[in-house]
Design a protein around this ligand. Structure first.
Ligand code: NAP
Length: 257
C-alpha cells in the first residue's frame, strides 16, 4: 500500500494469535501496509511459518511464544516488541478459543478457560501496552469480537459472554484512553473459514446449522481471513484517528439481514 492515511510504514504491531486464521489474515494486511509485526501465540511451529510468510512480503517480522492467559508472558510480549522494533503503535487482540456444548454442560474449568483467553487475554495486553503507547503520544488497539458479541448462541454460551465483554471492554478503554490519543476499537468478524469454524463447516451434526448460517449471509459466501485485513489496516492507521470505541461487523452483511 502506498503512503497516505493508510500507510503503516515505520509502525510496529503486535498480533496475538497471529500465527493462523484471522490473526494471520490481519497480520498480512498490516505488513503489506508497511508495519513491522510481532506474532504472539502458543504453537511455535505455526508462529515460525507465519513469520516466514510475513518476511516473504518484505516485512520485518518476529515471533514469540505467548499464552495470553499468562500475565508474565504478556508482559514479555510487549517488552519484546519494544526491544525488537523500539516502539509499539498497534496492538491486535485476536487470540481466542471456543468450546461447543449446551450451556448446562459447561464445567467451571471450561468457563474459566474461555474467559481467561478471550476476555482477560484481551485486557492484559491492553494494560501492558498502555503506558508505552501513552508515553509515545498515542496508539491503536484492535480487539476481536464476534457475531456473538451481538447475538446469543445456544452452543457457545461462555464464548458469547466473553465476546460481549470484549465490546464493553473496548468502549471503556476507548473512553479512558482517548485523552492519550489511543483509539480502541473492535472488529466483529462474521462467519469466517478458519480452524475455529472447521467443525461447523464439515461435521454432519452441524449440517443444518451450517446451511442456515450460509443462507443468511447476503454476500453469498463465508468470509476468509484476508477479508479482515482492510478493516484492520483502517483501524491501525491515521485514517481512523477520530474513530474510537466502535465495533465494526465485517460479516458480508450477516448483521444487516
Ligand atoms: N472464524 C470465525 O468465524 C470467527 C468469527 C468471529 C470471531 N472470531 C474470532 O477471531 C479470532 C481468531 O479466530 P480464528 O477463527 O482465526 O481461529 P483460529 O484459527 O483457531 O485462531 C486462533 C488463534 O488464537 C491463538 N490462541 C488461542 N489461544 C491462545 C492463547 N491462550 N494464547 C495465545 N494465543 C492463543 C491460536 O494460536 P495457538 O494455538 O498457537 O496459541 C490461533 O492463532 C478469535 O478471537 C475468534 O474468537 C472468529
Amino acid at each position: 500500500m502506498s503512503n497516505g492515511m493508510f500507510d503503516l510504514s515505520g509502525k510496529a504491531a503486535v498480533v496475538t494469535g497471529g500465527n493462523g486464521g484471522i490473526g494471520l489474515g490481519m497480520a498480512v494486511g498490516l505488513a503489506e501496509a508497511g508495519a513491522d509485526v510481532l506474532v504472539a501465540a502458543r504453537n511455535r511451529e505455526k508462529t515460525d511459518a507465519a513469520v516466514r510468510r510475513l518476511q516473504s512480503l518484505g516485512a520485518r517480522a518476529v515471533g514469540i511464544t505467548t499464552n495470553v492467559q499468562n500475565e508474565d508472558e504478556v508482559r514479555d510480549m510487549v517488552r519484546r516488541a519494544l526491544d525488537e522494533f523500539g516502539r509499539l503503535d498497534i496492538l491486535v487482540n485476536n487470540a481466542g478459543i471456543g468450546i461447543r456444548k449446551a450451556p448446562q454442560d459447561y464445567t467451571l474449568d471450561d468457563w474459566n478457560l474461555i474467559m481467561d483467553i478471550n476476555l482477560t487475554g484481551t485486557f492484559l495486553p491492553c494494560r501492558e501496552a498502555y503506558p508505552h503507547m501513552a508515553a509515545a503520544g498515542g496508539g491503536k488497539i484492535i480487539n476481536i469480537g464476534s457475531m456473538t458479541s451481538i447475538f446469543g448462541h445456544d452452543l457457545v454460551m461462555p464464548y458469547s459472554a466473553s465476546k460481549g465483554g470484549v465490546v464493553q471492554l473496548t468502549k471503556s478503554l476507548a473512553t479512558a484512553w482517548a485523552k492519550d490519543n489511543i483509539q480502541v476499537n473492535a472488529i466483529l468478524p462474521g462467519w469466517i473459514e478458519t480452524d475455529l469454524t472447521e467443525p461447523l463447516r464439515t461435521e454432519d451434526v452441524f449440517r443444518e446449522r451450517y446451511e442456515l448460517i450460509s443462507a443468511r449471509i447476503p454476500h453469498g459466501r463465508w468470509g476468509r481471513p484476508d477479508d479482515m485485513a482492510g478493516t484492520a489496516v483502517f483501524l491501525a492507521a491515521g485514517a481512523s484517528d477520530y474513530v474510537t470505541g466502535v465495533s465494526i461487523p465485517v460479516d458480508g452483511g450477516y448483521v444487516a439481514f
